[in-house]
Structure formats: C-alpha cells, structure tokens
Design a protein around this ligand. Structure first.
Ligand code: MF3
Ligand code: CO
Ligand code: CO
Length: 254
C-alpha cells in the first residue's frame, strides 16, 4: 500500500475531526489538577467526544480499553486511564484520537499538574520544539526522513534521547496508515513528501535512555527503562503546495 493522497473532500473531513480532537484537549485542560483520577479524565473525554457526534478511536482499538491515552511522568505513551491519582508536580500526556463522520484526527500534549520542576519544564519545552522542528521539514519534495533527522539533532543537543520504538503515522481514513514517521532517521531518507499527504508527527523525548519497555501485565503502558521522565506532543499534519498545515493546531498553544 502506498501513501494515500487525500482528496479535498477527505481533507475537509479530517480537518473537522482534527479540530474536535484539539477541542477535546482544550476541554480537558482545566480538569487536569492534583487529586483527579485519570479514569475520571477519560470519562470526561469520552463524553465530550460523543456529545460532538464522534467516537473515540482508541476505545477497543486492538483491545485498548479507554477513550484516550493518559501517560504520566515516566510513561512514554499508551498509558491506560485508571486508578492513578494525579499529584502536584506530575507531568502528564493526554493523547486523543477522534473519528468524526469516518475521519480521524490525532493529537496529544503535555499538562503540568500544579507546579512542576524546572527539569520537567525544560523537557516539555524541548519536546514542543522538536515537534515544530519536524513541521519545518514538511514541504513538497523534501524527504520524510528529514523530519526525524532534525528532531533527533535537537533532542540530543539538549542532552535528551528520542524514542525509536513508537512512530508517527499516516492518518485520516484510518487510525494508522502509511507512512511510518520515525522521529530519528537518516538525512534525506525515505519517500518524498507530496501535497495531500496527511500524517502525524509525535516525538517522544526521554530525559534519560531512549529505550521503552511495555508493561507485561496490561500489555500497553510503555515506560522508560530508567524511570526518568518522558514527554510527547502530537499534531496531525497536512502537506500543502506551500509547506504544511497542522490540522490539530487550533489553539496555537504548543
Ligand atoms: N493516539 C496514539 C497515536 O498517536 C495511538 C494510541 S493507540 C492505543 O498513535 F491503542 F494505545 F490507544
Ligand atoms: Co498518532
Ligand atoms: Co495520538
């Protein structure tokens, strides 16, 4: 299967779904507070998505049990909302994927729970910069691999490491389409970008070692092997004639 070039009608559908995914994160923001259970955030997330005529894509996806992924502190991604209670100083990722009229939008961001350490702030800031640096490589006829090439350079320059076991992905008509978007790649590698391609960039940046280990009991939760912090931000990106447009960048807050 080749990388799909989306039609104008498909792009409009994916845009509407992406806007809803972004609005879901905005809706959750004031609820991310010390003392809240991640399962309660998930319930709010599901209600908001369904109230807007959409479906949470993660629910039942390969058996994933929740409407979003919630990944605190050393959890890299795919955290299952549950009994964990957020506490002052935590950093937490919430990843929302919506299906609206059959179209997918996918975005995630970090939230600070109360006041967090400068160490955690710096990791989140560099991870936001990595996403933006990846987006700067999104223009027609550039190589896909240059996204990961430049993300990795930036992360390493700040003393961090890039998770290589999870990637961005084509998105829009289904959850995970071609291409796979690695956040660490050789310069000028991979296919060339073309207008109408839609994929995510979602760098996961670790304060310590790059390696991830998946929880043996739940089969989902991916943590850093050294227990150090990890951060992630994600946008759904459309390649345009001029460059790119982040369809989930509705509020401009990351
Ligand atoms: N939203 C995640 C992504 O950015 C995927 C979550 S899959 C799940 O690709 F099954 F863990 F929910
Ligand atoms: Co994604
Ligand atoms: Co996502």
């Amino acid at each position: 299967m080749a990388i799909r070039i989306k039609t104008p009608e498909q792009i409009e559908g994916i845009r509407q779904s992406s806007i809803l995914a972004a609005r879901t994160l905005k809706f959750l923001e004031p609820h991310v507070q010390p003392g809240v259970r991640t399962a309660d955030l998930d319930a709010l997330c599901e209600q908001f998505i369904r109230d807007h005529g959409a479906i949470p894509a993660t629910k039942g996806y390969h058996g994933f049990p929740a409407s979003c992924c919630i990944s605190p502190n050393e959890v890299i991604c795919h955290g299952i909302p549950g009994a964990y209670v957020l506490k002052e100083g935590d950093i937490v990722n919430i990843d929302v994927t919506t299906i609206l009229n059959g179209y997918y939008g996918d975005t995630c961001r970090m939230f600070s729970v109360g006041k967090v350490s400068d160490y955690a702030e710096r990791l989140m800031k560099t991870t936001r910069e990595c996403l933006r640096i990846g987006m700067q490589q999104c223009f027609p006829d550039n190589f896909l691999g240059n996204i990961g090439y430049h993300i990795n350079l930036h992360a390493v320059a700040h003393g961090y490491s890039v998770v290589f076991e999870f990637c961005g992905h084509g998105v829009g008509l289904s959850f995970h389409e071609e291409p796979e978007v690695s956040h660490i790649a050789p310069k000028n590698s991979g296919p060339k970008l073309k207008p109408g391609m839609i994929f995510t960039i979602e760098p996961m940046i670790n304060a310590g070692k790059a390696r991830a280990k998946v929880d043996k009991k739940d089969g989902w939760t991916a943590r850093t092997i050294d227990g150090k912090l990890s951060a992630q931000y994600e946008h759904t990106i459309l390649i345009t004639e001029e460059g790119c447009e982040a369809l989930t960048d509705v509020f401009g807050d990351f």
